[in-house]
Write a protein that binds this ligand. Sequence first.
Ligand code: ADP
Length: 490
Amino acid sequence: MYIVQIASECAPVIKAGGLGDVVYGLSRELDNRGHCVELILPMYDCMRYDHIWGMHEAYRDLWVPWYGGAIHCSVFYGTVHGVKCFFIQPHSGDNFFNRGHYYGALDDHFRFAFFSKAALEFLLKSNKRPDIIHCHDWQTGLIPVMLYEMYKFHGMDRQRVCYTIHNFKHQGITGIDVLWATGLNNDLYYLNYDRLQDNFNGSAINLMKGGIVYANYVNTVSPHHAWEARFENEGYGLGHTLEVHQQKFGGILNGLDYSIWSPEVDRYIPTQYGVEDFELKVQNKKALRERLLLRDEDKPLIAYIGRLDDQKGVHLVHHAMYYAMARNAQFVLLGSATAPDINSWFWHEKQHLNHNPDVHLELSFNEELSHLIYAGADMFVVPSNYEPCGLTQMIALKYGTVPIVRGVGGLINTVFDKDYDQFHRPEERNGYVFFQTDSSALESAMHRALELWYTNREGFYQLAKQGMRYDYSWNDPGDKYLEVYDFIKA
Ligand code: ADP
């Protein structure tokens, strides 16, 4: 099959969170299975150019229609650790992708609407006719809309779209003028409840809703979150739309690329290890302590890695840190915040705890350090308010770092409580789960994990090894996506 993925991220070149990992990992998996996979990405100024091989201009004069005129673009080609990528570089005063960051600009809706338009225009002009176009999140929600309302009439009538939603919270709700810019001019037609009109603001359009309505198949990134999005309020107002389109909606758990995320082959950790030589893991704990200037004593080390965002339950992350200290454990946090209040809160904490030899807060995005933390920690907290899939708990499992998670979304599909899970035998359980959002719920789960570590170290290591044996690679999700592609293919 010929598959083109269109997305705003691809790890490790462009990574703000899990979306980047998934776009890369799925492409790699499909490519390994012999399918032809290409990616189309924006050419940001701040992406990691050091991870792109053989970058060269592949298409010189791409003129992308925009507001009745056209914007001149170049398209560059390079491979990212084996994955074929095209990068779109517009030459216009708007400087769409030269902002020093990926997201967070006032004109984000225009930036990514332009990107979507440019990606389709590139396919059209370069005569690429993939069987499947796979696009992701609100940034590319207009792709199926434009494909079926415009490009279909220019010879792209056999392309089918799979649309994956990684986060319902960000939907791209904006004014109708974004559509005018792309050439979708018929207001009455698009500003319609059955099409792009936002479900709550009648004068706004919702790009994610457009993706849902027009795509041939829509999925979110875990079966449980698919259920939550439809039946609880986790769809952030799109629940009814999903209900209407339930025939083509499902949940497919994300996978992990174990050529990157496995302690047996990880290049970023000083000592590689697996289930068989699990005792070597402790050397990474030592190295992590040395690197972060933490004291080296016989105590458990708990970690958190992730965006510091409301979604992630930052109040509980904060609480976990102090609870760990109260229980004579160590805590390492690696995270960055975009919200100014959360950012200054954690910077304040960092200063406050600066000289504490049992805590370290690293407030930045640091891919290399994240590997060492996964390998060096004993336990890993994920107290999210909602979590469509969550990669960090799956990575922690692979590294024999016992996850302590809140029972929502993909966390429920991947972590099974050591003491209470009713659906898994004791030897299949792999972590700790709590459900409420208050600090005592978190404490009770952390307490159970810490008690096991303090009173039955062998039992704790056994639990960690049970986690390492789970297969959360792309094997199974790869099959599922191919089933979807087969199902929708023309
Ligand atoms: P989300 O997509 O909501 O951000 P996920 O759990 O799906 O959360 O994916 C998070 C990914 O981003 C993981 O690979 C995690 O290791 C990585 N990550 C998050 N924050 C950081 C950070 N500050 N430094 C390095 N890696 C990070």
